[in-house]
Design a protein around this ligand. Structure first.
Ligand code: PLP
Length: 408
């Protein structure tokens, strides 16, 4: 990092800062209140009381009953637990329905299951339209008597596109199929009321909503068949062995209470900042394209392709100004593969490689948006000066489909 003394953090879909109130709520449970909530003595018991309160705070945010929550170590564990549980509950059913745009926590697990079991498990990955939305009719047609579980994310981490999970869950239910949703990006940003939607499993991750890293929740609807992933002690009523991450759970409870209070701000002030950033970039930078549906989208996420430049290069330049965002392509990994999400949406290579995601939070300000709007256009213009693709456009012979950047 160079001379910047300030960080403009717009990468909240990757992780969020722990809210100061959350940290404050957690600290006593690392010092004087270190008891084990399962202990019989009063010392442990007083931790148990706070622990139960946190469980209730989390349940309230999503319209669940507190007994329906199982604490896990992260969103990934929650996703794995749900999917593996369903397959074990219905060993005769070997079909999974999911989408092409899931987070690796679901996508890679499904692909792994397919190969691990010598293709005994069949996985249908539903395609998406250019704007990242799903075709409900195609979804319905994909379900069979063999389908054990549907796993579809509530909102996409890269584009923010929201899927109609309530409708999809109802369709699965009418066919007697379990429904899981990875709601890691949705919880705290959009209202969720599990009392009203027939979802069986829902995954949450603490660090995406201003709680610490390393804490997750799996919601398991009462009556849903369940096979634990981690077997050990009797914690979580035998649904997940291992001593609970007490302080992080108390922090997550506080974070959920705060998210409930700030939901309106997220959907008004944060959304307005996001819209200002988005409209500003799209109008000041030529050949910039919005990725994802304009309205069926999280209020904090903006994914823009700057054609004919490399996302990685943009990120490096932004970094010099202390601006944190992320890119959809993975040149640094040596793969040159643009994001599987943008590819599924049919974004051309020349655009997918230049995609940047800005993801905001309630901690962002209008000054920060103005700062980014001032810095980005010249960065893109300078990079395009050096881009053979961009120059090619002016002589009218740009060929999409192939990346010719130097890393391979
Ligand atoms: C971050 C994320 C995860 C993974 O959560 P971890 O707690 O980091 O394991 C899963 N799904 C989505 C949509 C995410 O954004």
């Amino acid at each position: 990092m160079s001379s910047i003394d300030k960080v403009v953090y717009m990468d909240n879909n990757a992780t969020t800062r722990v809210a100061p109130e959350v940290l404050e709520a957690m600290l006593p449970y690392y010092s004087e209140l270190y008891g084990n909530p399962s202990s019989m003595h009063t010392f442990g018991g007083q931790v148990g009381v706070k622990f139960a309160e946190a469980r209730q705070q989390i349940a309230t945010l999503i319209g669940a009953n507190s007994e329906e929550l199982v604490f896990t170590s992260c969103g990934t564990e929650s996703d794995s637990t749900a999917i593996l549980s369903a397959l074990q509950s219905f060993p005769q059913k070997r079909h999974i329905v999911t989408t092409r745009v899931e987070h690796p926590a679901v996508k890679n697990l499904c692909e792994h299951l397919d190969t691990l079991t010598g293709h005994k498990h069949k996985v249908t990955m539903l395609p998406v339209a250019d704007d990242g939305t799903i075709d409900l009719k195609q979804y319905e047609e994909s379900l069979t008597d063999e389908t054990a579980i549907v796993s579809v994310m509530w909102a996409n981490n890269e584009t923010g596109v929201i899927f109609p999970v309530a409708e999809m869950a109802a369709i699965a239910k009418s066919r007697g199929i379990l429904f899981h949703t990875d709601a890691v990006q949705a919880v705290g940003k959009v209202p969720i009321n599990l009392a009203e939607v027939p979802i069986d499993f829902l995954s949450i991750s603490g660090h995406k909503l201003h709680a610490p890293k390393g804490i997750g929740v799996l919601y398991v609807r009462k009556g849903t068949p369940f096979v634990p992933f981690m077997i050990g002690g009797h914690q979580e009523h035998g649904r997940r062995g291992g001593t609970e991450n007490v302080a992080a759970i108390i922090g997550l409870g506080k974070a959920c209470a705060l998210a409930g209070e700030k939901m309106a701000e997220e959907n008004s002030r944060v959304k307005a900042l996001r819209d200002k950033l988005e409209e500003g970039l799209l109008s000041s930078v030529p050949s910039a394209i919005l990725n994802g549906h304009k309205t069926e989208r999280l209020p904090n996420t903006c994914n823009i392709s700057f054609e004919y430049v490399e996302g990685e290069a943009i990120l490096l330049h932004l970094d010099r100004f202390g601006i944190c965002a992320s890119s959809g392509s993975a040149c640094t990994s040596g793969s040159l593969e643009p994001s599987h999400v943008l590819r599924a949406m049919g974004v051309p290579f020349t655009a997918a490689h230049g995609s940047i995601r800005f993801s905001l939070s309630v901690y962002n300000t209008e000054e920060e948006v103005d700062y980014i709007l001032e810095k980005v256009p010249p960065i893109i213009a300078n990079l395009r000066e050096m881009s053979p693709f961009w120059k090619g456009e002016h002589v009218g012979k740009v060929g999409g489909g192939q990346c010719k950047c130097s890393c391979s």
